[in-house]
Design a protein around this ligand. Structure first.
Ligand code: KIV
Length: 267
């Protein structure tokens, strides 16, 4: 029987200087494929809002939607560590609110931990969750839930003051007990400095190659959207085009009465 990846496995890879691999997933089918490829962490990101639910940003995603998709990913996964990404306003109101809601990811959705956005300001909440036995993945830099406050998805930490704040944020998240931290949209030099100053793994997205691991939105890597690819993503496939070709052919064959054929027909 295969065993699911946990904090100890992630920290072992970190101590052995092996890069940690992480991807988003939102349903059981994709989770199963990614799991077959030995990804270490599957994050049910609140990017769910854009990739699957058709929203403009992550802000409308609800706790129930996130739990629903996290449970699907957990059902499709045998090995990877499944992390639920707590949506906007499901943990910022109070540590008690955060504890109650984060517990649902473990109890109801089968997740192995949760992710929260924020640095010093959210550290006491992280401490509360960790104290209750809930593994927490931190997240600093570009904070998609603060897209309005940050004025868009802009690289963070380019000036000395914000760079200093990000270092303090990373330290606070580590001291609060997070097992790892996502660095999103941070210049290479600063993310290297943060990585070197921490004793927990950094997992970068748009934060350069010196992080201890990398995370990407699976739809970006697979070329599902042709209108937009973020600068930090590489398109490893053109699935959007492939799917379009396949579905056009299906429609054509139905119209031409070539589908279903004898193989697909019961006599
Ligand atoms: O919501 C998300 O997908 C994320 C990452 C890509 C880190 O937060």
């Amino acid at each position: 029987m295969s065993r699911k990846t946990g904090i100890r496995d992630i920290h072992k890879r970190y101590r052995e200087n092996q890069k940690i691999t992480a991807l988003t997933a939102y349903d059981a089918a994709m989770a199963k494929i990614a799991d077959d490829c030995d990804v270490d962490i599957l994050l049910v990101g609140d990017s769910l809002g854009m990739t699957v639910l058709g929203y403009e940003n992550t802000l409308p995603v609800t706790l129930e939607q996130s739990l629903h998709h996290t449970a699907a990913v957990a059902r499709g996964t045998q090995k990877a560590m499944v992390i639920g990404d707590m949506p906007f306003l499901t943990y910022q109101i109070s540590p008690e609110q955060a504890l109650r809601n984060s517990g649902r990811y473990l109890q109801e959705a089968g997740a192995a931990g949760v992710k929260l956005e924020g640095g010093e300001a959210i550290a006491p909440t992280i401490g509360r969750l960790v104290g209750a036995g809930i593994p927490v993945l931190g997240h600093i830099g570009i904070l998609p839930q603060s897209v309005l406050a940050q004025g868009g998805y802009r690289v963070q930490g380019r000036d000395p003051e914000t760079a200093k704040q990000l270092l303090a944020d990373a330290k606070a998240v580590e001291q609060a007990g997070a097992f790892a931290i996502v660095l999103e949209g941070i210049p290479r030099q600063l993310s290297r400095e943060i990585t070197e100053s921490l004793d927990i793994p950094t997992i970068g997205i748009g934060a350069g190659p010196d992080c201890d691991g990398q995370i990407q939105v699976v739809h970006d890597l697979l070329g599902m959207f042709d209108d937009f690819t973020p600068r930090h993503a590489r398109r490893y496939a053109e699935l959007g085009e492939l799917i379009r070709q396949a579905l056009r052919q299906y429609c054509q064959e139905v119209r031409d009465q070539q589908f279903p054929g004898p193989e697909q027909t019961f006599e």
